[in-house]
Design a protein around this ligand. Sequence first.
Ligand SMILES: *[C@@H]1O[C@H](CO)[C@@H](O)[C@H](O)[C@H]1NC(C)=O
Ligand SMILES: *[C@@H]1O[C@H](CO)[C@@H](O)[C@H](O)[C@H]1NC(C)=O
Ligand SMILES: *[C@@H]1O[C@H](CO)[C@@H](O)[C@H](O)[C@H]1NC(C)=O
Ligand SMILES: *[C@@H]1O[C@H](CO)[C@@H](O)[C@H](O)[C@H]1NC(C)=O
Ligand SMILES: *[C@@H]1O[C@H](CO)[C@@H](O)[C@H](O)[C@H]1NC(C)=O
Length: 456
Amino acid sequence: MLRILVLLYLGCEVTQCQKTCGYYNVTDALGVLEGSPRLIYLRPVKDWREPTYVTLDMTFRSVLDMDEKLQTLSSLMDIEMMWENQLLSWNPEEFCGISRVSIPESTVWIPDIYISETIEDNSLDVLFVHLYNNGTMQQTKTLNILTTCSLDLYKFPFDAQKCNLTFGLSTNPVNDVILASGFNADNITFLSKAAFTTGEWSLQNVQVFPRNVSKNGETWSKMIYQISIKRAPMMYVINLIIPACLLVLVDVASMFIPMEGGERLGFKVTVVLGFSVLLLILNDFLPNTDIPPILGVFCMVCLVIMIVSIIDSIFIAYMLHLSAVRPEVPHWLKLWVLKRLAFVLRIPTKERQLGSNILGAENTVVTEKAATLRELESSSSKQVTKEFKASIEIKLLKKLLRELLMVRQHLIVTKQEEEDKSEWHMVAFVLDRFILILYLITVALIAVIVVVVWAA
Ligand SMILES: *[C@@H]1O[C@H](CO)[C@@H](O)[C@H](O)[C@H]1NC(C)=O
Ligand SMILES: *[C@@H]1O[C@H](CO)[C@@H](O)[C@H](O)[C@H]1NC(C)=O
Ligand SMILES: *[C@@H]1O[C@H](CO)[C@@H](O)[C@H](O)[C@H]1NC(C)=O
Ligand SMILES: *[C@@H]1O[C@H](CO)[C@@H](O)[C@H](O)[C@H]1NC(C)=O
Ligand SMILES: *[C@@H]1O[C@H](CO)[C@@H](O)[C@H](O)[C@H]1NC(C)=O
């Protein structure tokens, strides 16, 4: 190198030459393109005790994809590395002012930077590095990498995530290479926000932590970038949360479909089917974690209460069937449902019970009357045989009266049965209202909890 410089210098001095320069004059002078193993494989310092400082700058540009199930983040970022190569420098004045050349990456030593969270690297290879006349080397790369990121999905879809990107060196411990950040966190956040393409995620900030990490008795220089991103929840609100709430609303409304006939049951089953489709969609987003997202808990509770109300509808249909087959309402059911539950729920049932009592009394009166009539008849028939023959008209009238009494008695019995039936209806009604109130309270409670968690 020195020989060439001397020759050039002499040449020019002799001929007062018009200097013409190409980059090759520089590279030839440095001998950098000859593929010297010294330049390629060894850390470029004159004294081995001197560490090489690598200045790292990262600009976070985009979240390409976030996989909640696999907990991976696919992102795009620019990194710029600067370090000093003490073996390569020149004086620009000797080369017509050339102060920078680009040389192939494969001809010089490059710090072996890697990101420890990387699963897959889809970055394009960068073939060149810049070399400045003072020996500074600079490389700019765009990284497209898939990294792990442990997500906290408790507040999904109103969640914000923090993902770490840990830059380190694979072979050079801290005595050889020290990583440093060119910009502070504010600058990195500012530059990243300017470059960021907002999609489902928006960038909150980027923090940077330089760290010395000890491993196997050696210390390694690391640079941790912590990316804070926030999800735009609108799509999930429209596609998931609003439909779920509407289905719950429809299911609540279906409690007011009359109990008779199987319509209510069929309708409820349809609603639950629709709801389970939403659950399937939700299942695609949510990972298998210890703490399930509060949205998942909400949907689960809603599903459970829907199923409970279906079971309630089945029981009520069964009770209405019983009212036709076995009119008598069991005593304990009367006590617990018609008296206590109805009292707690403030549903009036006393009137009917009173009515049935009156009917019962009337019934006994009628039977008594029938009995006295029968007595009268028998005694009078004795008298007839003894004393005189009664006229046919009187006989006929008596027969008619008997028939009438029987008809009346029958009527009263059927009325009583009907009353029993309506008692079954009353039990079904009270139970149904109880489930409805339980339903409303549960849904309101879980909804409040969910909203509080989301707002916190
Ligand atoms: C650069 O190289 C060319 C060809 O080898 C030579 O003619 C020219 O003088 C050189 N320029 C300098 C400044 O040395
Ligand atoms: C070398 O030159 C570059 C470009 O002009 C500059 O950014 C860098 O700070 C310089 N390095 C030193 C050690 O002077
Ligand atoms: C990310 O890095 C920061 C700073 O070192 C650390 O406090 C935090 O625990 C890391 N997060 C994860 C998930 O490793
Ligand atoms: C970087 O941050 C410093 C201090 O916060 C500020 O003075 C400077 O203007 C920032 N530079 C850029 C490029 O944002
Ligand atoms: C890491 O260690 C190096 C060398 O001992 C030191 O210069 C540097 O300041 C340390 N960095 C941190 C973040 O502690």
